[in-house]
Design a protein around this ligand. Structure first.
Ligand code: ZN
Length: 259
């Protein structure tokens, strides 16, 4: 048959796992829902979504084509086993902030969450993701953190240990949307918008070599590894968030390459 129709109206790539990122493609003009909620589809038919740390075991993607026909795909989401990570020896003030610090943290968070709440129409995430730094994974997504003996919210990114000054590259195409020289927890902090509500954050940097508004391609050097903010040693904290839902960056890149 010369003009075989695709078996599915929806093409999904990614890991159906807690913290997983999924990139999809549908016929232009289709609409998509995930568990009954609308997912924004770009003019080129691309879309993106993700599963949070505690995502339920089943999800449903529904595509309505321009001709009104509907296709439903049920997804089984693999659960992750989360570690408990104890970190001791942090400065007391970085674990139990004083009132002035609390005000600073609030200001930092409002800037970070303004970016995470944005929805731009680009599909720069179609470059797919690579590791921004290569090195040992020193902190995994979703682990329950106990800092100086106090239980804190789960770790919402991946930590990669690397010497101070190691280049950090953009893991995917995007636009630099936040550059901050001194956030309370995250020190020198950078955020990239990859489009359709998918953003990433880079923390504890020693230097930032891009500016807000700059468009970067995958592999472009955005700064260097440091130990600014709340950290016990030099590493990159890399976070990935879709519409306010934290995702596991490691699920977007695949395993760390050897060597
Ligand atoms: Zn981290």
């Amino acid at each position: 048959m010369l003009f075989a129709l695709p078996a599915y109206a929806v093409d999904l790539s990614g890991n159906f796992v807690q913290g997983g990122l999924v990139i999809g493609q549908v016929e232009t003009g289709s609409t998509v829902t995930l568990d009954g909620k609308a997912v924004k589809v770009a003019a080129n038919g691309a879309f993106v979504f993700g599963f949070g740390r505690n995502a339920q075991a089943q999800s449903t993607v529904q595509v309505t084509r321009p001709d009104g026909t509907v296709e439903t795909q049920n997804l089984t989401i693999v659960p992750q086993k989360y570690k408990v990570q104890r970190i001791d020896g942090l400065p007391k003030r970085k674990v139990t902030p004083n009132p002035a610090d609390v005000a600073r943290i609030k200001a930092d968070n409002s800037k970070i969450w303004a970016v995470r709440g944005s929805m731009t129409p680009e599909t720069r995430f179609l470059s797919r993701f690579q590791w921004p730094v290569k090195g040992p994974i020193s902190g995994v997504f979703g682990s329950q953190r106990i800092l100086n003996g106090k239980p804190k919210s789960p770790h919402n990114g991946t930590d990669i240990a690397a010497p101070r000054g190691t280049n950090i590259v953009a893991p995917a195409d995007g636009v630099i949307v936040l550059v901050h020289q001194d956030m309370f927890y995250t020190g020198k902090t950078l955020m990239i918008d990859h489009g359709l509500g998918l953003t990433s954050v880079y923390a504890h940097m020693d230097g930032i070599s891009v500016v807000e508004g700059q468009v970067v391609k995958q592999g472009h050097v955005i700064g260097i590894v440091g130990k600014t903010g709340r950290t016990t040693g030099p590493h990159l904290h890399w976070g990935l968030t879709w519409k306010g839902v934290h995702l596991d960056p490691m699920q977007a890149t695949g395993p760390m390459p050897k060597g």
